[in-house]
Design a protein around this ligand. Structure first.
Ligand code: SR1
Ligand code: MG
Length: 410
């Protein structure tokens, strides 16, 4: 039975804020100027509230179903607990890179968060052609801090067990298992592509090497509980800020971690790489190869910062008696290789599966055809990764496939 609780509306939000001291301290509840529902994700309600002085807060409420589909796809609203737990754990490690949680209402599945109106969702900024220098590196630092700090290297044994137990998140994990690893090649009725790309989707599904690789990736996802990963680290889960007229990013905030669980570190890395590939696909389609190369340069920036942060924390590992330096090199090499596989999964799912990305979807059809084809070919090539697993090799592979398959409609 669907869980019963009261959903927020723009009308009820002010009274709700007034009833919560930690939120009341952030906005003048007697002088609310605007309450806007701004949720553009696939799952939840999100309200942004501002008072007459411009101070604000955000309220996010989980619905007992998947918002993009409706009540026909029930989903546990308790996902907000996983979001709060992970945001708090990640914030403790890198406070400057994670949104601040102000309030948690367990009964109504509501999270109160700091207002980030002076930031933009990174995907929106990328789609508008903006540049935020340093954002990709900050995201890498975040992944490195989380990979180390929430793992057996960073948490005492009992604390680790408690964190692992709290983070069991099967409903949300199953969405990923289905949509990311299985459905790109085994359509469950949720896939769709342009008519011109039907042949590409069919080739993907018939590619035995790709399907076998997705089987390995799904296995890793379901069995490698290495750290409390974000679980959905696309460019729509990152907010960025730059001062007017500058390309220097002055703040990055990761948010929306309801898919968090103890999973493979490389899953988050691969997610970022795939999303840089979408930004590059858009740029290539729009005839801007310099921007495409820039977007794929972010792959290396994220990897390098991830590696640097992990190495920086390495001397503090809990048991250096057995976790020797060779093990560090082994982990990094393994994750780099695995990132290719996870990136391939993420690239394919956003092209053929449910929940697509605006980078590609907003392109005119005649350009989208080639962008979608290029991304699918890049995904198929990426699972055939050879000796060179470096981020630059990944970027080169993707750019090559995007250019090869570009369509102009002429
Ligand atoms: C049913 S939820 C679809 C997708 O939205 C989220 O952002 C995740 O990526 C999920 O796979
Ligand atoms: Mg999301």
């Amino acid at each position: 039975m669907t869980e019963q609780y009261e959903f927020l509306t723009a009308e009820t939000v002010p009274a709700y804020l007034a009833s919560v001291p930690s939120l009341r301290a952030r906005v003048d509840v007697d002088r609310i100027r605007t309450v806007s529902e701004i949720g553009d994700g696939n799952l939840n309600l999100v309200f942004l509230v501002h008072d007459e002085d411009g101070r604000g807060v955000v309220l996010k409420q989980s619905l007992p179903y998947v918002r993009m589909v409706g009540e026909g796809w029930p989903m546990t609203p308790e996902r907000e607990k996983h979001e709060v737990d992970s945001l708090l754990a990640h914030h403790a490690l890198v406070p400057e890179l994670v949104v601040e949680v102000l309030h948690h209402d367990i009964a109504r599945h509501i999270i109160g968060m700091e207002d980030l109106s002076d930031h933009r969702v990174w995907r929106h900024a990328l789609n508008d052609g903006q540049t935020h220098d340093g954002a990709a590196a900050d995201v890498g630092t975040y992944i490195g801090a989380v990979a180390f700090g929430t793992s057996a290297l960073g948490l005492e044994r009992l604390a680790l067990a408690e964190a692992q137990a709290r983070a069991i998140n099967p409903e949300l994990c199953q969405i990923t298992e289905d949509l990311v690893f299985t459905e790109p090649s085994v359509d469950a009725g949720r896939n769709s592509v342009l008519p011109a790309n039907e042949v590409d989707a069919a080739e993907l599904a018939a590619d035995e090497t790709f399907v076998a690789a997705m089987g390995r990736a799904k296995w890793m996802f379901m069995t490698h509980g290495e750290a409390l990963v974000h679980g959905d680290l696309h460019t729509g889960s990152v907010m960025v800020r730059a001062e007017e007229g500058s390309t220097q990013c002055t703040s990055v905030k990761v948010f929306d971690s309801e898919f968090a669980f103890y999973g493979p570190v490389a899953f988050d890395i691969g997610a970022t790489w795939a999303n840089y590939a979408f930004a590059a696909a858009r740029a290539t389609a729009l005839g801007d190869p310099d921007r495409a190369r820039w977007a794929l340069g972010l792959v290396e920036q994220t990897w390098d910062a991830f590696e640097a942060e992990y190495r920086r924390r390495w001397p503090t590992r809990l048991d250096p008696r057995v976790w020797r330096d060779e093990f560090l090199e082994e982990r990094l090499a393994t994750w780099q290789r695995e990132a290719w596989l996870f990136a391939a999964a993420k690239m394919s799912r956003r092209i053929v599966g449910a929940a697509k990305v605006k980078d590609v979807e907003l392109l005119p059809e005649e350009l989208r055809e080639g962008a979608a084809r290029g991304v699918l070919h890049a995904a198929r090539e990426a699972v055939r990764v050879g000796q060179d697993t470096g981020p630059a090799a990944f970027a080169a592979l993707v750019i090559d496939q995007l250019e090869r398959h570009r369509t102009t409609g002429e």
